[in-house]
Design a protein around this ligand. Structure first.
Ligand SMILES: *[C@@H]1O[C@H](CO)[C@@H](O)[C@H](O)[C@H]1NC(C)=O
Ligand SMILES: *[C@@H]1O[C@H](CO)[C@@H](O)[C@H](O)[C@H]1NC(C)=O
Ligand SMILES: *[C@@H]1O[C@H](CO)[C@@H](O)[C@H](O)[C@H]1NC(C)=O
Ligand SMILES: *[C@@H]1O[C@H](CO)[C@@H](O)[C@H](O)[C@H]1NC(C)=O
Ligand SMILES: *[C@@H]1O[C@H](CO)[C@@H](O)[C@H](O)[C@H]1NC(C)=O
Length: 215
């Protein structure tokens, strides 16, 4: 692993700093993937107007199994992209390759969402696996609540004409993912981020909000 590559923990991304606004025609590099959705699925999320697509075509053709989360975890306001997951029982490392609109040297927000929801019927109380961005460790995912919605984010510069989001089995259970998003950022945003330095989200705080919500 390149010693020059360093992942900084960012104490707090201000909510306003990364607006995820509805886009009439989504910009280049604005990719929203519903992992585990049936091949060919495309739909607009009614709460955000963001268009989601199935993850077939982003993972190697035979990699992973798609599954529905258990009905017990489907709440009325739960976003549709969280209803299904793709899990990777085989292989140590399984990757999503995102090419659409990705330009080498440009800056992106990359986000993966995890909601276990007992998709495998095993009622796991503890799951841990690693997430890599390209060849670099991004975050150790540690799921201890089957109903918790966990977002993992990074601000990074694309090292090639694609981004790789990889799930790595570290012996703590079968890796899975609910959804993957890529958002293009202006080069002037997060000036500390460059080709050898990415930021990883530590926490996001809704300052002054009446309640916590994650969409
Ligand atoms: C989504 O698009 C519809 C139709 O254009 C519009 O009425 C609605 O306000 C939009 N919702 C959001 C959250 O932007
Ligand atoms: C995993 O490997 C087993 C044994 O080789 C095979 O039968 C199964 O189809 C594979 N499953 C996936 C999802 O690749
Ligand atoms: C998930 O549920 C849908 C119906 O809501 C069903 O058509 C589909 O086959 C299920 N997928 C799996 C992998 O069980
Ligand atoms: C996962 O979280 C649990 C509970 O917070 C903690 O005890 C455990 O050490 C964590 N595991 C990893 C691999 O971070
Ligand atoms: C990225 O920024 C760090 C810290 O300012 C610096 O040490 C490093 O050389 C930069 N890398 C590139 C490729 O510019």
């Amino acid at each position: 692993m390149a010693s020059t590559w360093r992942l900084l923990l960012l104490l707090c991304f201000a909510m306003a700093a990364v607006p995820v606004l509805p886009q009439p025609t989504e910009a280049l590099g604005f990719v929203s993937i519903d992992s585990g959705a049936a091949e060919g699925t495309t739909y607009v999320d009614p709460l955000t107007n963001i268009t989601y697509v199935s993850d077939r075509g982003f993972v190697d053709s035979d990699a992973g199994i798609s599954a529905n989360i258990s009905a017990a975890y489907v709440a009325p306001l739960l976003a549709r992209r969280l209803f299904t997951v793709r899990s990777f029982p085989n292989g140590t490392r399984n990757c999503y390759t995102i090419r659409e609109g990705i330009a080498r040297g440009s800056k992106y927000l990359v986000r993966a969402w995890f909601l276990y929801g007992n998709y495998d019927g095993l009622d796991s109380q503890r799951l841990t696996f690693d997430l890599h961005l390209g060849v670099n460790l991004w975050k150790t995912v540690n799921i201890t609540d089957p109903s918790a919605l966990l977002p993992v984010e990074a601000i990074t510069v694309a090292a090639a004409d694609h981004l790789w989001v990889c799930l790595v089995n570290t012996g703590g259970g079968t890796p899975f993912v609910s959804s993957v998003d890529v958002r293009p950022l202006k080069d002037s945003m997060y000036p500390v981020v460059n080709a050898s330095l990415s930021l990883v989200m530590f926490n996001r705080v809704n300052v002054g909000g009446a309640q916590n919500y994650i969409r």
